[in-house]
Design a protein around this ligand. Structure first.
Ligand code: ADP
Ligand code: MG
Length: 338
């Protein structure tokens, strides 16, 4: 007899789930992205004490009872219908995997209501199995409450860091998503702390003020430029505000927060030697480009995108940063004297 066996479907599913949800912060990313895709204007995130519990509530479009059940199925999505759709993805999600994956490794309760429905609907899925469902009172929008994350995957649970470290990772992810969407008010709390609260004014400087403080936000210089298929806007802090970590550079492509080493290197290039060794820029870049030129289907967690015309992009970013740094800092934001 040969040595190869086909894995049973549940095991295949557990393995796939592990790729989507590595730690609480990755679950949080998926849930908040779902809220953004649902057109939410306000999103509230609550992180449990042990960081194995997350609640994400939004005022988005909600789901009807049938969708509330279907959304937990694998490869069930309202965002992609055809192969051609894959080439022009306008939503953050599209694989239809996140809720299936999260509910495979946690106890998940979904409460949702569309604006036209008379009442809401509740579905609870534990470790991949439907546990309860039925009508329930709910405000318009959706709230997903994931508890006991990784309860049935002890190996994965052992790799989690301390509750504090997992919470910080959650806040960091929420911060990136909030920065990507200045038009959405996003709030993150845990038991007795408010970690982040952005106003949703649409102004990137307001988000920066919530994340980095009013003083630094007021000193950031506006950057702008256009080259080839790319349009760029953003804010960059003068070099004296540079940080010891790379975590204060946010890159947003068509509303999607991404990591991109080449763009990060272009920002550093724009500083033209004004950064000391071991210091990194504080900046946010918003890039707009035809969706045809972006491939977001590179990695299950969608952290990376692939962009064509990389050389135009590098030159645009470096030149725009350089130009911004040569401009005058804006006047300090001081309350009017009285
Ligand atoms: P994807 O986002 O890739 O479609 P998910 O598993 O994250 O896959 O979600 C499945 C489907 O459930 C989504 O396509 C969407 O229709 C619905 N959904 C999930 N979260 C929400 C939400 N917060 N509000 C409204 N609909 C949602
Ligand atoms: Mg999703």
């Amino acid at each position: 007899m040969g040595k190869i066996v086909e894995l049973p479907p549940e095991l295949v599913h557990q393995i796939a789930a592990g790729e989507v949800v590595q730690r609480p912060a990755s679950a949080l990313k998926e849930l908040v992205e779902n809220s953004l895709d649902a057109g939410a204007r306000r999103i509230a995130v609550q992180i449990g004490e042990m960081a194995d519990e997350l609640r994400v509530s939004d005022d988005g479009e909600g789901m009807d009872p049938e969708d509330a059940r279907l959304c937990f199925r694998r490869h069930a999505t309202s965002k992609v219908r055809t192969l051609a759709d894959l080439d022009r993805i306008g939503t953050l999600g599209f694989r239809g995997e996140a809720l299936a994956a999260i509910s495979a490794i946690a106890d998940v309760e979904l409460l949702t209501k569309t604006a036209h429905a008379p009442s809401g609907y509740r579905v609870r899925v534990v470790g991949g199995a439907l546990a309860e469902e039925g009508p329930a009172p709910a405000p318009d929008g959706t709230s997903v409450w994931a508890r006991r994350l990784f309860f049935n995957t002890p190996a994965r649970r052992r790799f989690l860091k301390s509750a504090g470290a997992e919470r910080r990772a959650c806040v960091q992810i929420a911060t990136g998503l909030a920065i990507a969407r200045p038009d959405v008010a996003l709030e993150v709390r845990s038991k007795d702390a408010e970690h982040l609260a952005t106003p949703g004014s649409g102004d990137a400087r307001d988000v920066m003020a919530a994340v980095l403080g009013v003083e630094l936000a007021s000193q950031m210089l506006a950057l702008e430029g256009e080259r080839g298929p790319f349009r760029l806007r953003g804010l960059v802090a003068p070099s004296r505000w540079s940080r010891r970590s790379r975590d204060h550079l946010w890159i947003v492509v068509n509303g999607r927060w991404v990591e991109d080493r080449s763009i990060a290197a272009a920002v550093v290039r724009g500083f033209e030697g004004r950064l000391d060794a071991g210091r990194f820029p504080v900046a946010v870049l918003y890039l707009e480009v035809d969706p045809d030129l972006v491939d977001v289907n590179v990695h299950p967690a969608k952290w990376h995108v692939r962009l064509r015309d990389d050389r135009d992009l590098f030159a645009l970013v470096a030149a725009s940063v350089e130009r911004a740094l040569r401009s005058e800092p804006p006047p300090a934001l001081r309350p009017a004297a009285g």
